[in-house]
Write a protein that binds this ligand. Structure first.
Ligand code: GLV
Ligand code: MN
Ligand code: MN
Ligand code: MN
Length: 401
């Protein structure tokens, strides 16, 4: 039987980002194709029936696909320059937990499936949880088809190149209706479990969060020949936005605001940009606080743009309200796991999307660094095995007699 860590190591060379460090694995790119092949081979070798749904999510079924299924899994894509665990740990843990059930001679009384959701991070097309949102019908399919990556390739073109028909993208109520419950195991993305000295925990909630793209329009010009008084430099209000995001988030309890991506056009050292695109990631404990936070940051950005003779356009790229995971399932899991702690998270997950449709739970595995979305993200092998054992127990309980 292969351990989760040994399985994870078989992916060590896929999507390595030599420029930024860590991994860059994005929906429907070359690394993603390799990861899909890898998953299909691993699942098939375990006697599971693998299929791809209309939105590019992979499903591996133990037994006949049917209603009331117990589904586990996660995603294989990463943020740009991401760590090895965010996503893949949930997939290898699912395969490993199924190995453990098989070794015990377990016979599920409900269908069991492992799912790999497409483009969870939104690292290529900007909308996180792309596969699960399309599946659940919370993302408009026409809008999705027209999403563009940094090179101008549309999602429709990318899925076609991956062998899917982009006309198929969209809600799959029949498939969703088969999911009796969903349990996603994930590396913890903070220090909650490390501080509690616990290897495994259960998620209680996810912060409301979204992404907004602000485009500042100014006048492209020469860096040396243009007097300061004659400039309409969109980088100046873009810089104000970064500072406003930190200031405003600091005034809302529990809120976070981040600018992790900023693209000046045309992007020359000696060129005043004509436009600057800035992506704001904002999160807070509730819808109202998140909306207020974004409104205040946008107001500050507009004021700064006006002062520089620039304009700004704002587009919401994605949004998800606070998720409170199913209380019954959470309590069942915490007691099944001998009082494992329940803890909230600020990170988004496909489980958060599914939670709006079916009873959903998450298991977290301790991350001693507390760092995530960066190469320092980590989980010790023993903790990964504790996670697999916990998941195996949960699956036995849910899919057993
Ligand atoms: C995804 O991991 C997110 O929370 O942004
Ligand atoms: Mn992530
Ligand atoms: Mn993840
Ligand atoms: Mn995530």
């Amino acid at each position: 039987m292969t351990t989760a860590i040994a399985l994870l190591e078989t992916l060590a060379d896929v999507g390595v980002d030599r420029l930024r460090g860590g991994y860059s694995r994005h929906g429907f790119d070359r690394a993603d194709a390799e990861l899909r092949e890898w998953f299909t081979a691993e699942a098939t070798a375990r006697g599971l029936d693998v299929s791809t749904d209309r939105n590019g999510n992979l499903w591996a079924w133990w037994g006949t696909p049917g209603p009331n299924a117990v589904v586990t899994g996660s995603h294989l894509d990463s943020v740009p320059g991401g760590g090895a665990f965010d996503g893949p740990l949930g997939v290898v843990a699912a395969l490993s937990a199924l190995d453990a059930l098989r070794a015990e001679g377990f016979r599920p009384t409900r269908p069991l499936a492992v799912v790999v959701f497409a483009e969870e991070e939104g690292g290529r097309f900007g909308v996180p949880c792309l596969g699960s949102r399309l599946l659940a019908g919370t993302l408009d399919a026409d809008r999705a088809r027209n999403l563009k990556d940094a090179d101008g390739t549309t999602l429709a073109e990318a899925v076609r190149a991956a062998g899917l028909d982009p006309r198929w993208l969209g809600p799959e109520p029949e498939l969703v209706s088969r999911i009796g419950c969903f349990v996603e195991l994930h590396v913890e993305q903070g220090r909650g479990l490390a501080d509690l000295d616990a290897p495994v925990g259960v998620a209680s909630s996810i912060l409301a969060h979204g992404r907004w793209r602000l485009t500042f329009h100014g006048e492209g010009n020469h860096a040396g020949a243009t007097p300061l008084a004659d400039r309409r430099d969109p980088m100046v209000p873009a810089a104000s936005l970064v500072l406003a995001a930190r200031r405003v988030a600091g005034s809302v309890p529990g809120a976070r605001a981040t600018v992790g991506r900023l693209v000046p056009t045309p992007g020359g050292t000696n060129v005043i940009p004509s436009t600057v695109d800035v992506w704001l990631d904002a999160r807070a404990p509730g819808d109202a606080d998140t909306r207020h936070l974004v409104d205040d940051v946008v107001a500050a950005a507009r004021e700064a743009a006006e002062a520089e003779g620039c304009t700004v356009t704002v587009r919401e790229e994605s949004y998800g309200d606070t998720v409170i995971f199913d209380g019954g399932l959470r309590d069942e899991l915490t007691s099944l796991l001998g009082g494992a702690p329940a803890l909230p998270t600020g990170a988004g997950h496909d489980a958060g999307v599914l939670a709006g449709r079916v009873p959903t739970a998450m298991l977290f595995v301790r991350n001693p660094t507390g760092v995530s979305h960066a190469p320092a993200e980590h989980a010790e092998p023993d903790d990964c095995e504790a996670g697999v054992a916990a998941l195996a127990r949960v699956l036995t309980h849910l899919a057993g007699a």
